[in-house]
Design a binder for this molecule. Structure first.
Ligand SMILES: Nc1ncnc2c1ncn2[C@@H]1O[C@H](COP(=O)(O)OP(=O)(O)OP(=O)(O)OP(=O)(O)OC[C@H]2O[C@@H](n3cnc4c(N)ncnc43)[C@H](O)[C@@H]2O)[C@@H](O)[C@H]1O
Length: 139
């Protein structure tokens, strides 16, 4: 089994009194947060910032302290079984227009309830719920 680690960010922005979360449509069909594989020598924060810039063009991110959630899953890629860990942070942006890269098919900003329906995998829904709980205490 091949071990992989990715890092990403649950990105949100405020619109009027609402918090909107950013989801990307991955080419394999799922809707998920911004993330990508770690490169040699990077910290998880550095990977998350780099992938956010590459995949969305967003650079004005402000991290929310005390949020770091890890999920794990297995999948097949080119005949190999991959065990992947993904670390997610939480951060705010003021950017509304997203410039998605060739690695994704679409993006959407959604409030918590609609994002919970749109997010494909249960482990990502758990991350989203933890983000929402922290934000509803902090904001
Ligand atoms: N192992 C590999 N080695 C080298 N290059 C690779 C590679 N895998 C993909 N690539 C290529 O590298 C590029 C992406 O690089 P990155 O952008 O760096 O990678 P990533 O977002 O972390 O993941 P990726 O999009 O690959 O897959 P994901 O885990 O979401 O989704 C992967 C599978 O897991 C499933 N999945 C995703 N999230 C899940 C979750 N939360 N729970 C359970 N299953 C999940 C998906 O349905 C899908 O089947 C792609 O262009 C791709 O062609």
């Amino acid at each position: 089994m091949i071990e992989e680690t990715s890092a990403g960010i649950v990105i949100f922005r405020k619109e009027d009194s609402k918090i909107l979360f950013l989801l990307l449509h991955y080419p394999t069909g799922h809707w998920d947060f911004v993330k990508g594989k770690m490169e040699v020598g990077e910290t998880t924060h550095q990977t998350a910032i780099r992938e956010t810039k590459e995949e969305t063009g967003i650079t004005d991110i402000v991290f929310v302290e005390n949020f770091e959630e890890e999920i794990e899953y297995n999948f097949q890629y080119q005949g190999e079984l991959i065990h992947k860990k993904v670390v997610f942070f939480l951060a705010e942006t003021r950017t509304k227009e997203v410039e998605i890269s060739h690695e994704h098919q679409n993006y959407i900003w959604m409030d918590y309830n609609t994002a919970m329906e749109k997010t494909t995998f249960d482990n990502a829904k758990t991350v989203l719920t933890r983000a929402q709980m922290l934000l509803s205490k902090a904001l």
